[in-house]
Design a protein around this ligand. Structure first.
Ligand SMILES: NC(=O)c1ccc[n+]([C@@H]2O[C@H](COP(=O)([O-])OP(=O)(O)OC[C@H]3O[C@@H](n4cnc5c(N)ncnc54)[C@H](O)[C@@H]3O)[C@@H](O)[C@H]2O)c1
Length: 325
């Protein structure tokens, strides 16, 4: 059990990391094309207070977008807003509190957003955590599963009617789910989504990122079937030097530092694929893709399993207290 649930996910995850680093050693970061102005359009970026979320929020605001940063760190949120405004961006930026580890907090954020009566053109599900020790959220869910996946599942579904209303043929609303190459090492354990049997932080992180890809494909299918003007894509930013690695074991931290300096991407480079999926003209009408380094890439074989997609969707509705549609 330990071998299969702890050691194997750990080795698979580090193997994924090595592959990404080798790629980054020989390939430059993706360069964004010229992006269209976004004046009058509205975006929500979860976890936009630092790292790639902040870089994404800054870039979208520089295009004239009204950006709402949703996060659980108020001080960091205020500082992010000041930082973006001081950079002389074109758009409006604000921070609204939302803790993705609490379903109630997500619902309160949605209520607050609805009360504003704003449209929503871009939703970037970026917030995340990695390799936290075994912990439960206030709702009793495993931390990675709740924060990286289930909170975003509830947020997206709760905002879907606004996204549908805000999109048009030729100018669809866009949902961008920030996944990771670690999803290739992931397994979704439908019998034990909360990983109670034998906890591995590596396995839990990889599962949450695979769940996001399964969710992306299933939701896109629903949008296409219903003829709704909304597209959904998953993006993979590569390995990026951010606070995400703060929970690594101390030995791994020490080894990471020199490697990160030379081979990791900067937050702005990492955010470029997210920004591309969120606003590039080339991505208009394009959905159900896994985008890496600005290109459509094949995701893990498991992620295309439509039965697993549907099963996860059904279970997620139950867990998040949503009615299945
Ligand atoms: N850094 C990498 O190498 C890398 C690689 C692949 C994917 N990713 C993904 O990119 C995304 C952004 O990560 P990053 O690298 O910029 O890390 P980061 O730690 O700098 O940013 C994470 C963001 O999530 C927010 N967050 C954390 N807990 C939250 C909660 N409970 N509620 C709301 N927001 C919360 C943080 O406040 C922060 O703004 C994550 O989803 C991560 O899994 C990162």
């Amino acid at each position: 059990m330990w071998l299969q649930k702890v050691l194997v996910p750990l080795l698979r995850l580090y193997l994924c990391g090595i592959k990404v680093l080798l790629y980054q050693m020989f390939n430059r970061s993706f360069t964004l094309p010229v992006l269209p102005e976004q004046n009058g359009r509205v975006a929500i970026v979860t976890g936009g207070t630092r790292g790639m979320g902040l870089a994404t929020a800054r870039h979208l605001a520089s295009l004239g977008m009204h950006v709402i940063i949703a996060g659980n760190e108020r001080e960091e949120g205020r500082a992010a807003v000041v930082d973006i405004h001081e950079g002389g961006c074109e758009g409006k930026v604000e921070f609204i509190f939302m803790d993705l580890t609490s379903l109630k907090s997500v619902q309160q954020f949605v209520e607050m957003f609805r009360a504003r009566g704003l449209p929503l053109h871009v939703l970037v599900n970026n917030a995340g955590t990695m390799m936290v020790p075994e912990m439960r959220t206030v709702d009793g869910f495993e931390f990675h599963f709740a924060l990286n996946y289930l909170g975003h599942f509830l947020l997206t579904n709760s905002l879907l009617d606004i996204l549908k209303r805000s999109g048009r043929q030729g100018s669809r609303s866009r949902i961008v789910n920030v996944s990771s190459a670690t999803h290739y090492a992931g397994v979704v354990d439908m019998e034990d989504l909360n990983r109670r049997a034998c906890y591995s932080s590596h396995g839990a992180y990889a599962q949450s990122k695979l769940a996001l890809v399964l969710f992306t494909y299933h939701l896109q299918e629903q949008m296409t079937a219903g003829g709704f003007p909304v597209t959904v894509n998953a993006v993979d930013p590569g390995m990026v030097d951010t606070a995400l690695y703060d929970n690594l074991w101390s030995l791994a931290q020490a080894m990471k530092k020199p490697v990160a300096k030379t081979l990791f991407r900067t937050p702005a480079e990492g955010a470029s694929t997210t920004v591309y999926a969120a606003v590039a003209s080339e991505m208009e009408g394009v959905g159900g893709r896994y985008v890496y380094n600005g290109r459509k890439t094949r995701s893990a074989d498991l992620s295309y399993d439509s039965e697993l997609q549907a099963e996860l969707w059904k279970k997620s509705c139950e867990l998040a207290g949503l009615r299945e549609n």
